[in-house]
Ligand binder design. Structure first.
Ligand code: NAD
Length: 238
């Protein structure tokens, strides 16, 4: 029998054309939610650059037309690349922040009236284990993911009185098109993360999607305002 834990939920999932976002959208739908998907590319309902001016307001308006409301946000769109500090051009740093942070902020801000009206809104942001530590070549990315965690905590504090929860899922190393080039070019990096995880493997997009579905559900009604490592135990080890 199909699980209907999310029946009645109306969700936006960005970055749904690939990897974690695609798995999240599929899982939310499998649990009964209506989902409006967005990405720059891929099989999604709405093709758009989430960092473009007006993109989030447009997406929220489309959600109301398509689903009759909006109570759940899962902004998964994100970008990352390994670049040494001296190769971090201003434009690169700004683009990472525009997609990974600013677009998340704007989507939430533009959805606030609908989330408040829903009374049980859910926001699940996608941080990273690099929301909690730094790593070589990832200055812009780690800074942006620290910002996502801080943003999520502030949102949780401000919207909590309206019944809205906000949590930040912090994936470890997940096997997706984002990480594939680095794992191919630096096999030792892949081995490092496989061995660092207590479970001794990389994560799959489904490992993240299943946790996101829980956080979107009423089962997680008293969970808000913090980051959750979903990393196979990597952060818990030296
Ligand atoms: N894969 C990992 O190991 C890992 C670890 C921690 C966090 N994350 C985070 O998970 C999220 C999903 O990453 P993934 O691994 O599935 O990567 P992915 O590259 O497979 O998917 C990211 C998706 O975001 C889309 N996207 C990028 N910029 C966009 C924009 N401006 N507008 C609209 N869509 C845009 C891409 O087109 C792509 O489909 C990201 O926020 C990433 O930072 C991934």
């Amino acid at each position: 029998m199909a699980c209907e834990r999310l029946k009645g939920r109306k969700a936006i999932v960005t970055g749904a054309g690939s990897g974690i976002g695609a798995a999240v959208a599929a899982r939310l739908r499998a649990e009964g939610a209506q989902v409006l998907t967005c990405d720059l590319k891929g099989e999604v309902d709405h093709l758009a650059d989430v960092a473009a001016q007006g993109a989030s307001a447009d997406l929220v308006a489309r959600a109301v037309v398509a689903m009759g409301g909006l109570d759940t946000l899962v902004p998964c769109a994100g970008i990352s690349a390994f670049t040494p500090l001296e190769g971090h051009e201003d434009a690169y740093f700004e683009r990472v922040f525009a997609v990974n942070v600013f677009a998340v902020f704007r989507l939430v801000r533009d959805a606030v009236p609908l989330l408040k009206a829903a009374g049980n809104g859910r926001i699940v942001t996608i941080g990273s284990t690099t929301s909690s530590f730094g790593d070589e070549g990832l200055a812009a990315y780690a800074a942006s993911k620290h910002a996502v965690l801080g943003l999520t905590k502030a949102i949780a504090a401000e919207l909590g009185p309206f019944g809205v929860t906000a949590t930040c899922v912090q994936p470890g190393a997940i096997d997706t098109p984002m990480t594939a080039p680095a794992f191919t070019e630096m096999p030792e990096y892949k081995t490092f993360w496989e061995n660092k995880a207590s479970l001794r493997r990389l994560g799959e997009p489904q490992d993240i999607a299943d946790v996101v579905a829980f956080l979107c559900s009423d089962d997680a009604r008293f969970v808000t305002g913090h980051g959750l490592w979903v990393d196979g135990g990597a952060m818990a080890r030296h």
